[in-house]
Design a protein around this ligand. Structure first.
Ligand code: AMP
Ligand code: ZN
Length: 476
């Protein structure tokens, strides 16, 4: 089965094909840099990363634009409170965002577009809308007239037939059920940043930045537009109204929306105060790989309930896979290849791919990996695994890593990326981790496991010495 996505626009699962050649032109709504992003926000960005990686695995090239909203109501208020210029204030939080994104191993989109650096594109878009009669002015602000776009509501599947023309909203966030003419350009206010334009001094509304930047980088019709479900209405509905009023062409062909991360059955959000940032969790001692794994493990269209048990389980899951990888690297197998294992490896890859092709069903893809690892551990225990099967297993893990990218510990992610997936000398940190596991096994009186670890290390030329000060090790 080919790659399929659920399209919010058509409410259907559709086969994915880009419009032109092999390149996917994709736009995702990025962060509003008024504070640190929380892990709810990062669920949306992790989904986008998984989407990128799977598209590339399927042979597509990417042209992905992500905006950074660096001027809005909240930013203005927060910067004033912090007694900083908007520029300094947003620069610090933009940097923090990309640091956290890097910790979670999120690939950087091909273009990162800060709103304030694209004012002229927005001005041009507003002028175009004005020329087509889709706007009006009031008190120095310019508004989009929703009644000029009869298809308004087609993405959120709401019937906004009864909207009152002229009922306006100025703020960037407003009541979910209520469609009102939204602001394209906000009149200058004392103490706020402002740009001079033919329709008066002021600053952009939030919605216009995405339409203007998406089309200026990617053309009139995008392949994919993605964001969190809370953006479907009004933000994405407004983006469609703006863009399609300008071009009279479909704005985006596939609309993908990720569900919320919840905590105690509520949406994690800054306003509710029920949030953790990536930094919070790292300071508590959790691994960034575990956060990434947790965010990626639940298919993006399902709600994800955040718990610390879940985060610990994610840590354990990674550990199991790392143990398997290490076992592959360190065990000496009889020569040759067992065809049954080679076949089982191919089947695991197929199941993983089928899961991912099915609207990025990461749970199914993970199930394929865990079933496989269980079967391979049994095969090794029963001496059915052969030397050449290492490569089959390494291939399975490599494909898993293409998407989940969590096996290399953070401190080794760079150094080890240059090594081959199997073979080579054991890095110090792996040795120390094994020693820790052996000590824990001894403590738990699991001497069989403790001995197995000692033997595994010895095979790699690592000798352990138990002293009264703890375990010492050396290379033979
Ligand atoms: P913002 O920085 O508020 O503009 O949001 C950035 C992204 O995070 C958007 O795609 C939102 O839909 C998404 N988002 C916000 N809260 C959550 C949450 N609790 N779970 C998942 N995504 C969220
Ligand atoms: Zn947007």
């Amino acid at each position: 089965m080919p790659l399929r996505f659920y399209n919010t626009l058509t409410q259907d699962v559709e086969v994915f094909r880009p419009l032109q050649d092999n390149t996917v032109r994709m736009y995702t709504c990025g962060p509003t840099v008024y504070n640190y992003a929380h892990i709810g926000n990062f669920r949306a960005f992790t989904f986008q990363d998984i989407l990128r990686r799977w598209l590339r695995y399927r042979g597509y090239q990417l042209n992905h634009v992500m905006n950074v909203t660096d001027v809005d109501d909240k930013i203005i208020v927060n910067a004033a409170q912090a007694k900083k210029s908007i520029k300094d204030y947003t620069a610090a939080f933009t940097q923090a965002f990309f640091e956290d994104a890097a910790a979670l191993r999120l690939e950087r989109p091909e273009h990162v577009a800060p709103a304030t650096q694209h004012i002229s594109q927005m001005v041009e878009a507003i002028q175009n809308l004005a020329a087509q009669g889709c706007t009006y002015q009031s008190d120095g602000s310019t508004y989009f007239r929703i009644s000029s776009f009869p298809e308004y509501g087609k993405l959120s599947h709401n019937d906004f037939g009864g909207i009152r023309s002229g009922a306006r909203v100025d703020v960037d966030e407003y009541d979910k059920a209520d469609a009102r003419d939204f602001v394209l350009w906000k009149a200058r206010k004392e103490g706020e940043p402002a740009w001079d334009t033919p329709f008066g001094p002021g600053r952009p509304g939030w919605h216009i930045e995405c339409s203007a930047m998406a089309m200026s980088y990617l053309g009139e019709t995008l392949d994919i537009h993605a964001g969190g479900v809370d953006l479907i209405f009004p933000h994405h509905e407004n983006e469609i109204a703006q863009s399609e009023s300008i071009t009279h062409k479909p704005f985006a062909r596939y609309w993908l929306h990720s569900e919320h991360l919840q905590i105690e059955s509520q949406k994690m959000s800054k306003s509710l105060g029920n949030f953790y940032t990536v930094r919070d969790l790292l300071e508590m001692g959790y691994q960034p790989e575990a956060i990434r794994y947790l965010l990626a493990s639940v298919p993006y269209r399902k709600k994800l309930n955040f718990t610390f048990e879940g985060l610990k389980a994610a840590t354990k899951s990674i550990e199991r896979l790392r143990d398997f990888e290490l076992r592959l690297t360190t065990t000496k197998f009889p020569p040759g290849s067992n065809p049954e294992i080679a076949g089982r490896s191919r089947a695991a890859i197929e199941q993983f791919e089928n899961g991912m092709d099915d609207d990025l069903n990461t749970a199914e893809a993970l199930a394929a990996i865990y079933e496989y690892v269980r079967a391979m551990n049994t095969a090794i225990d029963e001496n059915r695994f052969r030397e050449d099967n290492r490569w089959d297993a390494a291939r399975v893990l490599e494909i898993f890593e293409c998407v989940f990218d969590c096996l290399k510990p953070a401190d080794q992610a760079i150094a080890r990326s240059e090594e081959s997936p199997v073979g080579g000398t054991l890095p110090d940190s792996d040795i120390e981790r094994l020693i820790e596991q052996r000590t824990a096994a001894k403590k738990a009186r699991d001497f069989q496991k403790a001995d197995a670890i000692r033997a595994q290390l010895l095979e790699q030329g690592i000798v352990l010495e138990d002293t009264k000060d703890g375990v010492r090790w050396k290379r033979k």
